[in-house]
Design a protein. Structure first.
Length: 339
């Protein structure tokens, strides 16, 4: 969520200002808002549900889950790269703590998250009384384990795990930045900029999904966070950082945006058809198909963004500053209105 415009100019090297990334972040945030509005109507459990549910809305939300949060983790990794080009590791850690952990702590303990848990309990008849009456009980047990305290912050889980990813990848990212001019790095970048080669970066995602698919019922393969496992999000995060290392990747993705779009649509339609008609021959490869689509959709978005979203204006400047507060507050407002 960090503003690219605040961090892309380095005292060490000149980095191109990427207005397209800012526009894509705003587009992604609007998508998350609509996604959470749709959660009232799909068939899965949520804090508040409409009396009439829609299987069709479930399909739409499942399609959004393919690329929505992977896109955000990739954008965040790009922000990490630009931040590390102008900050020391210590400054980077402090900046991440202030922008991610402080809002997480405030939201988890004060109103933003507790009021959602209260509404969920009241909506399902698990608590009667006011929010003031409920608040002392908010700390009774852990949420998702029969209790109320949402230690991962409900929708604020993204802030928590983004901070964790930022810390555990810091040594790797610093090493990669230091070595990005090496012969090995240059050769790798050269290969990935050849026609079609950028799609090879889907292979790690496919392998991880095949691995975590064996552990759907424990923490390794748990998909309660935006439809993907945390290990898969870590791969997206690292891959997003890789795409920031060489400006040629931007041009490569832009040139292959049509191929990425056709691949994303084709694979997604195949997955939808297998879901609707229970094609066993396709269902057994569902993890592979979803992982492949999850790579093609961000490539499509980055490609078209690079081609058409190349300038700034007053709307972008305002929205870029507002996107993080909006993210922190939006789901609580949606749940209140839905209730």
């Amino acid at each position: 969520m960090q503003s690219i415009m605040d961090i892309i100019t380095s005292s060490k090297e000149k980095v191109e200002r990427r207005y397209d990334i800012d526009w894509i972040r705003i587009f992604g945030m609007a998508t998350i808002f609509l996604y959470h509005c749709g959660r009232f109507f799909n068939i899965e459990y949520w804090h508040v549900k409409n009396n009439v549910l829609s299987p069709g809305s479930s399909i739409i939300l499942d399609v959004l889950e393919i690329w929505m949060m992977p896109l955000f983790f990739m954008i965040s990794a790009m922000s990490s790269y630009y931040s590390l080009t102008r900050r020391s590791p210590k400054q980077y850690i402090l900046e991440r703590f202030k922008r991610l952990i402080i809002p997480l702590i405030f939201g988890t303990f004060v109103i933003i998250v507790p009021v959602q848990v209260y509404i969920e309990r009241a909506s399902y008849g698990q608590f009667s009384g006011s929010f003031i009456d409920f608040y002392p009980h908010y700390f009774d047990g852990l949420y998702a384990l029969g209790g109320n305290f949402a230690w991962v912050g409900l929708h604020l889980w993204y802030l928590e795990f983004l901070f964790i990813f930022s810390m555990i990848t810091l040594p790797l990212f610093m090493l990669v930045i230091k070595q990005k001019s090496s012969h090995i790095a240059s050769s790798t970048f050269s290969v990935l900029t050849k026609p079609g080669a950028i799609f090879l970066l889907a292979i790690p995602l496919i392998l991880v999904e095949m691995f975590v698919g064996q552990y759907r019922h424990n923490i390794i393969g748990l998909q309660d966070f935006g439809g993907w496992s945390l290990l898969t999000y870590l791969v997206f995060f690292i891959t997003g950082f890789i795409l920031s290392l060489d400006p040629k990747f931007k041009d490569t993705i832009e040139k292959q945006r049509i191929s990425a779009l056709l691949s994303a649509v084709g694979i997604t339609l195949m997955g939808i058809m297998s879901y609707l008609y229970d094609f066993e021959s396709v269902v057994k490869y569902q993890d592979i198909l979803t992982a492949a689509a999850s790579w093609c959709w961000p490539l499509t978005i980055f490609g078209f963004g690079s081609r058409y979203l190349t300038s700034s204006n007053a709307i972008l400047k305002y929205a870029n500053e507002a996107v993080l507060p909006f993210y922190i507050l939006h789901q609580t407002v949606i749940v209140i209105f839905g209730f």
